[in-house]
Design a protein around this ligand. Structure first.
Ligand code: HEM
Length: 513
C-alpha cells in the first residue's frame, strides 16, 4: 500500500511538474518579441526552442560554420528567449569589432555571471560600464603590463624546466605522457604562483582551490534556465543551485586567502616578491569582491588557453615531419646545441613565430570568442540588429575562410613569412585573440608562453609517438568546452635531445636520464 501511494505521489508530482514546465515554456516563447526590421537570414526555427537544436548536437563552432555556408556570413538565430547574431567573415567582423565596437562591446547578463562572478564585477563578464573601464585598465596597466609580464619571466622558465624534467623522467622509464595533462598541471601551477605565490603541489588551501577551479571549468556553461528565463525559479537542471554553491565556495576560500595575506603583510617586514594578489590589494579603488573575481578571470581565461594552444602546435608539428625538421634546424642555427632557448631568443626565431601564428589560425582555442551584447539598435551589413542581441564572431571559421586563405586547411607556417598579417586584432582575417575594446588582455603573456614552450619542446626534447604510429596517425579531432582542445589525448615519449651538461648549466638537475 505504501509503495502504491509512493508511486501515485511521484506520478502526480511528475505530472504537475510537466504541466508547470509546459506553461513556463509557453510563457518564455511568448516573451520573444519580434520588432520590425530586416533581420539577417537564418535556418527555419522550431516552435518554442527556436534554433536550440543547432547548439545541442555536434560541436557548436562546426554547426555555426555549416549554417554560415548555407545562409551567409551574418546569420540570425533564436535560442529560446535569446536572440543571437553569428558573424563568419572578416569584413563583417571588422564592422562589429571596429566600426561599431562601441555598440557591441558589452556582455550579456547570465547566471554564471551573477552567481560566480559577483554580478559581472570582473572583467570577462562585465557589461560595458564604469566597472569594465576600471577593470580593463587594471588588467592592461597593472596585471599584464609588459613590465609585469617580464617580472614573471623566471617563474615561466622554472615551470618550463619542470615540464622538461617530468617529461624526461617519464621518458627514461619508457612511460608515455599525455601532453595536455602535463601542461595543464604546470600552467595551473604557474598561474597560482603568479596570483598567490602558491604552488599547487605544496599548499594546504590549494586542494580546495583546485576542486573549485575544476568545478568552474567543467560545470556546463550552457544553462537551460538562461534560454527559458521563466524556468529559473524552478531550477529543474539544478545548474542555478550548483553555480551558486561554487560561487559561495570560491568566495569563502578567497576570503581566507586574503585574510592570511593581510595578516602576513602586517606581520612581516620582509620584502617577499610581489604577486598579483598584492598588486590588487594595494589598489584603493578595487573592492575585495572585485579582487576575488579579477583573479578568477585570470585562472578561467588564462590557465587552459595557452597549454591547449601548445598541444595543437605540437600536434601539427608531429603531423608534418618537414615542419619539425625546419623548426629544429632554425633552433639549432640560432641557439646551437650548447645551451637551452631563453625568452630573449624568441624575437630571432622567425619560423617559430610563423608556426605560432599558423597554429592560432587553424586552432584558435576560443573558437567562438566570448559572446558580445549590443547596447543599442543598429544596422550591420544592411540588416537591422536590435539592442540586447548576443553577438558571436566565429573566429574558427574566419581563420579557415577559403575566400581569404589559400589552401585554408593546410598547416603551412611559411604563409606568414614576410607577411604583414599578425594575430593582434588589427587584421580581421585572423582574430584568435578577438579585436577592439574586448580584445584579450592576456595576449602578450600568451604569445610569449606559447612560443617559449614550443621552442623548448622542439629544441631540448626528442619527441616520439607510441610505437607503431607514424605522423599519418596523428589526428586533429576536437572537443568543445571552455576551449576548443584536442579531442583525443596526445601520448608522447619525451627524451633528452641535448648533452646532459646543457640542462645542468641551465639549472635543471637531471639524474640518470
Ligand atoms: C593562446 C591563449 C589565449 C587565447 C587564444 C585567448 C583568446 C581570447 C579571446 C578570443 C577573447 C575574447 C575577446 C572578445 O570578447 O572579443 C579573450 C578574452 C580574454 N582573455 Fe584571453 N586568450 C588567451 C590567453 C589568455 C591569458 C593567458 C589570459 C590572462 C592571463 C587571458 C585573459 C583574458 C581576459 C581577462 C579576457 C576578457 C577580456 C574582456 O572581456 O575585456 N587570455 N581571450
Amino acid at each position: 500500500m505504501e509503495d502504491l501511494i509512493a508511486v501515485l505521489t511521484s506520478w502526480s508530482v511528475q505530472f504537475m511538474a510537466a504541466l508547470v514546465f509546459l506553461y513556463v515554456l509557453l510563457k518564455s516563447f511568448k516573451r520573444v518579441r519580434y520588432t520590425a526590421g530586416k533581420r539577417p537570414p537564418g535556418p527555419p526555427s522550431l516552435p518554442l526552442i527556436g534554433h536550440l537544436h543547432h547548439l545541442l548536437f555536434g560541436l557548436p563552432h562546426h554547426s555555426f560554420t555549416k549554417i554560415a555556408e548555407k545562409y551567409g556570413p551574418i546569420v540570425w538565430l533564436e535560442v529560446g528567449a535569446l536572440r543571437l547574431v553569428v558573424v563568419t567573415s572578416s569584413d563583417i567582423a571588422r564592422e562589429v569589432l571596429k566600426t561599431q565596437d562601441h555598440i557591441f562591446a558589452s556582455r550579456p547578463p547570465g547566471i554564471m555571471t551573477d552567481m560566480v562572478f559577483s554580478k559581472g564585477q570582473d572583467l570577462v563578464f562585465s557589461p560595458l560600464n564604469d566597472n569594465f573601464r576600471r577593470a580593463r585598465k587594471v588588467f592592461t596597466t597593472e596585471l599584464f603590463s609588459q613590465k609585469r609580464i617580464d617580472s614573471f619571466k623566471d617563474l615561466r622558465r622554472d615551470m618550463t624546466l619542470r615540464t622538461l624534467r617530468t617529461g624526461f623522467e617519464e621518458g627514461h622509464a619508457n612511460r608515455y605522457i599525455t601532453l595536455a595533462d602535463l601542461l595543464h598541471k604546470d600552467f595551473l601551477n604557474l598561474t597560482t604562483r603568479m596570483l598567490f605565490r602558491m604552488d599547487m603541489d605544496g599548499h594546504a588551501q590549494t586542494k580546495d582551490l583546485l576542486e573549485i577551479i575544476y568545478d568552474i571549468m567543467h560545470t556546463g556553461w550552457f544553462v537551460i534556465e538562461e534560454v527559458f528565463p521563466l524556468l529559473k525559479p524552478l531550477d529543474l537542471s539544478r545548474q542555478v543551485r550548483r553555480l551558486k554553491n561554487i560561487g559561495e565556495r570560491y568566495s569563502e576560500l578567497m576570503d581566507s586567502i586574503i585574510d592570511n595575506r593581510l595578516k602576513e603583510n602586517s606581520n612581516s617586514k620582509s620584502n617577499t616578491e610581489e604577486d598579483l594578489l598584492d598588486v590588487l590589494l594595494a589598489m584603493s579603488n578595487v573592492s575585495r569582491d572585485q579582487v576575488k573575481v579579477l583573479l578568477l578571470d585570470i585562472i578561467v581565461a588564462g590557465a587552459e588557453t595557452s597549454p591547449d594552444t601548445i598541444v595543437w602546435a605540437i600536434t601539427e608539428i608531429l603531423r608534418h615531419p618537414n615542419i619539425m625538421e625546419r623548426l629544429q634546424s632554425e633552433l639549432d642555427d640560432v641557439i646551437g646545441k650548447e645551451r637551452l632557448v631563453e625568452e630573449a631568443d624568441l624575437k630571432n626565431l622567425e619560423y617559430l613565430q610563423a608556426v605560432v601564428k599558423e597554429t592560432l589560425r587553424l586552432h584558435p582555442v576560443v573558437g567562438l570568442g566570448i559572446p558580445h551584447f549590443s547596447t543599442e539598435a543598429t544596422k550591420v551589413s544592411g540588416y537591422d540588429i536590435p539592442a540586447n542581441t548576443r553577438l558571436m564572431v566565429n573566429l574558427y571559421a574566419i581563420g579557415r575562410d577559403a575566400k581569404v586563405w589559400e589552401n585554408p586547411l593546410k598547416f603551412d607556417p611559411s604563409r606568414f613569412l614576410n607577411s604583414p598579417v599578425d594575430v593582434r586584432g588589427h587584421h580581421h582575417e585572423l582574430l584568435p585573440f578577438g579585436a577592439g575594446r574586448r580584445r584579450c588582455p592576456g595576449m602578450n603573456l600568451a604569445l610569449v608562453s606559447v612560443a617559449y614552450n614550443i621552442a623548448q619542446l622542439i629544441h631540448a626534447c626528442t619527441i616520439s609517438l607510441p610505437e607503431g604510429l607514424t605522423h599519418l596517425d596523428v589526428d586533429v579531432e576536437e572537443k568543445f568546452g571552455m576551449t576548443v582542445a584536442r579531442g583525443n589525448p596526445l601520448n608522447l615519449l619525451i627524451k633528452r635531445r641535448l648533452p646532459l651538461d646543457v640542462y645542468r648549466r641551465a639549472g635543471l638537475q637531471l639524474s640518470g636520464v
